[in-house]
Design a protein around this ligand. Structure first.
Ligand SMILES: [Fe+2]
Length: 201
C-alpha cells in the first residue's frame, strides 16, 4: 500500500502543539545546554588542560537518570502513537528508537569511564575519554536534530490533546530533577554552574 505524507489529524488541525511535544522540546533545550558544557570540558582534555571531572560526572549522572529514564521513553510512547495514525515517519522513528538504546549504552559507558578517569590512579588514555565523550555529544545533537526538524513536527500534527494526556499518565515522571521546580540535592553544584554561566560569572 502506498504511503501518503502525514496529513493533519482532523481533531488536531489548526490547534496549538500538544503539551507532550512542548515538554520534549523544552527537555531538548536543557540537554543541548548540557552537551555544550560537556563538550567544552572534553576539549580541555584534548588540549591537555585539567577538566572538571565532577561537573562532567554530574552531567552524565543526570543524562542517565532523567533523559534515559523518562525523556526517551516518553518519546517512544509518542512514536508508537504516531505509528497508529500514520506510517510516513516509520523509517525515521525506527532510527530514533535504535539511537535511544545506543544513547543509553554509550551514556553508561561514558559515565563509568569518567568515574575511572577521575581517579588519580587512572590509566585510561586522555584521548580515549575525549573520543567517547565527543562521540556521545555528537550523537545526542544529531538525534535531537532529527526529532526537532522532522518527527516532532509530524507528531504535533498527528497527536491530539487526549493522546498527550494519555502519554503523560502512562509514564509517571517524577519531574525534571535539575531544570524542574525543585533541584535535587545531587544536582545543586551543576545547577549553580549553569546559573552562574548564564549570568556570565
Ligand atoms: Fe529527544
Amino acid at each position: 500500500m502506498q504511503e501518503h505524507p502525514a496529513q493533519p489529524h482532523p481533531q488536531t488541525a489548526s490547534r496549538s502543539k500538544p503539551q507532550v511535544i512542548i515538554e520534549l522540546n523544552r527537555d531538548h533545550v536543557h540537554i543541548a545546554k548540557l552537551m555544550d558544557i560537556l563538550e567544552a570540558q572534553l576539549h580541555k582534555i584534548e588540549d591537555i588542560e585539567k577538566p572538571d571531572y565532577v561537573l562532567m560526572l554530574d552531567i552524565m549522572h543526570y543524562m542517565t537518570h532523567y533523559p534515559d529514564m523518562f525523556h526517551h521513553p516518553k518519546e517512544d510512547l509518542v512514536f508508537a502513537k504516531m505509528l497508529e495514525r500514520d506510517t510516513a515517519q516509520r523509517e525515521a522513528i525506527d532510527h530514533l528508537e535504535q539511537e535511544h538504546k545506543l544513547i543509553y549504552d554509550k551514556g553508561l559507558a561514558l559515565r563509568e569511564m569518567l568515574e575511572s578517569a577521575s581517579s588519580e590512579m587512572a590509566m585510561i588514555p586522555r584521548n580515549t575519554v575525549a573520543e567517547l565523550g565527543l562521540g556521545y555529544v555528537q550523537l545526542l545533537r544529531s538525534h535531537m536534530s532529527l526529532e526537532e526538524s522532522q518527527v516532532f513536527r509530524a507528531a504535533a500534527e498527528l497527536l491530539s490533546d487526549a493522546d498527550s494526556e494519555e502519554i503523560e499518565k502512562r509514564l509517571e515522571s517524577p519531574g525534571d530533577p535539575l531544570f524542574g521546580a525543585t533541584v535535587a540535592g545531587v544536582y545543586e553544584v551543576l545547577f549553580k554552574y549553569i546559573k552562574d554561566e548564564a549570568a556570565g560569572a
